[in-house]
Design a protein around this ligand. Structure first.
Ligand SMILES: Nc1ncnc2c1ncn2[C@@H]1O[C@H](COP(=O)(O)OP(=O)(O)OP(=O)(O)O)[C@@H](O)[C@H]1O
Length: 205
């Protein structure tokens, strides 16, 4: 894909069930690639395919809400007026979970899996950074996306919280097709099957 205004011109493939890690200098375009795959930004040219489905190409633009791609941004925002459970349940209606009780149950199970089930009734301002990040990860995975995009999922966390959440991520990402952005060697070792470095654009770009 090519996003000339951001100096991005890359070609990447991730095999089903694997985690591809993107590394590279600040400003190289890692977040831009994730935004385009998620459907938040339209590249000037290029294409992306998820299995047999075109996400975008010269003729096609599938909107973000219909891609079934889970995207954890660098600074994921939980809805401040909703509880942790409601935050996780939020996207499940669109993901086809029709019954409210079932949405609650799925959300609860994911919060449990991420170790924050006991905080399901709290609102985001009542959660620590690590607890909020666990909730945000649960929200991304609960809708069983075909592709998971994670932009620096551990970068904003207290150093003490990192190893445990990294281990959890390694567990929940097993078998899921994932593109991960990280600068941390320990994250790449623990989470990546393949690592690709996006070259920095020339200084004039
Ligand atoms: N919202 C935006 N509007 C315009 N330009 C942007 C925007 N976000 C990023 N850019 C530019 O696009 C280029 C690629 O940025 P991007 O955030 O994709 O890089 P990155 O590799 O994710 O960097 P980092 O490691 O610092 O997060 C940079 O030159 C950046 O200044």
């Amino acid at each position: 894909m090519v996003v000339p205004e951001r100096g991005v011109d890359v070609a990447l493939t991730v095999e089903p069930g694997q985690t591809l890690a993107l590394s590279g200098a600040n400003g190289a375009g890692k977040s831009t690639v994730l935004s385009a795959v998620a459907g938040w930004l339209r590249p000037e040219s290029g294409h992306a395919r998820l299995g047999e489905r075109a996400l975008f190409d010269e003729h096609t633009w599938i909107p973000a809400r219909r891609r079934n791609v889970g995207y954890l941004t660098q600074d994921p925002l939980l809805f401040p007026h909703l509880t942790a459970e409601a935050n996780v349940a939020f996207g499940l209606r669109r993901a086809g979970v029709v019954s409210r009780a079932q949405r609650r149950e799925v959300a609860r199970n994911w919060l449990d899996r991420l170790g924050v089930g006991h905080l399901a009734g709290r609102r985001p301002h009542q959660l620590s950074g690590g607890q909020a990040q666990r909730t945000a990860i649960a929200r991304v995975l609960a809708s069983e996306p075909d592709l998971v995009l994670l932009d620096e999922p551990l970068a904003a966390l207290d150093a003490q919280a990192v190893p445990q959440i990294r281990e959890l991520l390694a567990e929940v990402l097993t078998g899921r097709t994932t593109v991960l952005v990280s600068h941390q060697a320990a994250d790449l070792r623990a989470l990546a099957d393949v690592i690709t470095t996006i070259p920095a654009p020339p200084p004039s770009a």
